[in-house]
Design a protein around this ligand. Structure first.
Ligand code: GLV
Length: 340
């Protein structure tokens, strides 16, 4: 009998567990203050005390017998991990809003609940998308590199001329919480906001006059700037493929703070290299932490190491959501931030 079949009696409804006996695996080194609510609940913590993602074998071994697992982006949670953890596992809580690294059907099949960190990181991620757009439009990385290299000869009338955001047509793909927060920022910079998603967002239209674009292909040909805020799903993988990248007007700017695989990175490199695109500002990559080697030498890109939610307050709020969820599930309650 397979591990999954052995556990097939477990329903998706949360069950109580003796908190004292519960063991929580935490897959990275974290500040004590973030862990305190788990300790106060009498839970035993098993900390993988390192900043980088554990090797897969270590993750599988350490998961064995865990009642709860606090995972990060980069920790793939699939049938193999769930079976390695075994029948005690009740909840997987991810320190992220995105959960494309978690196999939800496999969790559901085993009665393992999944929680994430919605809302806590909305404003920080929208800020970062805006910062990336401004950095790209005004060529901040190029200017700073020029200055640091010692090559700056003084003010010049045609030096590093950038892109005017006022009046630019900005297409927000994925008008959820983060996309809407980004759209509000762009509106404050007096750009014209258009958005594409599965359905209209009347609140966004009311708040800033954003215009719904039901047809992505038709919207792309008229967009000066494209910013991605959609989740990664089988349907959105390579949403921006070579054809769509080339359907953007020459000189268009692309910002991605959502998930790398939304863009075909090799096609992006080609469109940047030959000057079809004016530039790209990226916080996420197709094969993190790998960055396509074609991106690194390009001057018309801004590259960040997945910093969207990286502010002190945001990360503390995310930690509180994770610990609240773990504590709630182990008390036999359903936390508000369950996924799926
Ligand atoms: C970050 O990418 C997140 O999903 O929280």
């Amino acid at each position: 009998m397979s591990g999954a079949a052995e556990r097939s009696d477990r329903s998706a409804a949360p069950r109580g567990a003796a908190a004292g006996a519960a063991r929580v695996l935490v897959t990275r080194a974290l500040p004590e203050a973030w862990l305190a609510p788990l300790r106060e609940a009498g839970l035993t913590l098993d900390l993988i005390d390192q900043d980088e993602a554990p090797e897969r074998d270590e993750l599988l071994a350490r998961a064995r017998g865990a009642t709860a697992v606090w995972v990060m982006l980069g920790d793939g949670v699939d049938a193999e991990l769930l079976d390695a953890a075994g029948p005690e596992l009740r909840v997987v809580a991810t320190f992220s809003v995105g959960y494309d690294h978690i196999d939800l059907p496999a969790c559901r099949e085993r009665g393992v609940l999944v929680a994430n960190t919605p809302e806590a990181l909305t404003e920080a991620t929208a800020d970062l998308a805006m910062a990336l757009l401004l950095a790209l439009a005004r060529r901040l990385s190029e200017g700073e590199a020029l200055l640091r290299s010692g090559g700056w000869q003084g003010w010049g009338p045609q030096q590093l001329m950038g892109f005017d955001l006022v009046g630019a047509r900005v297409l927000v793909v994925g008008p959820g919480r983060i996309g809407s927060a980004f759209a509000r920022r762009v509106h404050a910079f007096e750009a014209e906001v258009h958005y594409h998603g599965r359905r209209p967002n009347p609140a966004l239209e009311e708040a800033i006059g954003a215009r719904f674009e039901p047809d992505l292909d038709a919207a792309l040909v008229r967009s000066d700037v494209l910013s991605l805020h959609a989740p990664l799903t089988p349907q959105t993988r390579h949403l921006l493929d070579a054809r769509r990248l080339r359907s953007l007007p020459r000189g268009a700017l692309v910002v991605n703070t959502a998930r790398g695989p939304l863009i075909d990175e090799a096609a992006l490199v080609d469109a940047l290299r030959d000057g079809h695109l004016g530039g790209a500002a990226l916080d996420v990559y197709e094969r993190e932490p790998e960055v396509h080697p074609g991106l690194v030498p390009l001057s018309n890109v801004v590259l960040l190491p997945h910093l969207g939610s990286a502010t002190r307050g945001t990360r503390a709020r995310m930690a509180a959501l994770v610990t609240d969820a773990i504590r709630a599930v182990l008390r036999g309650e359903r936390p508000a931030n369950l996924v799926g």
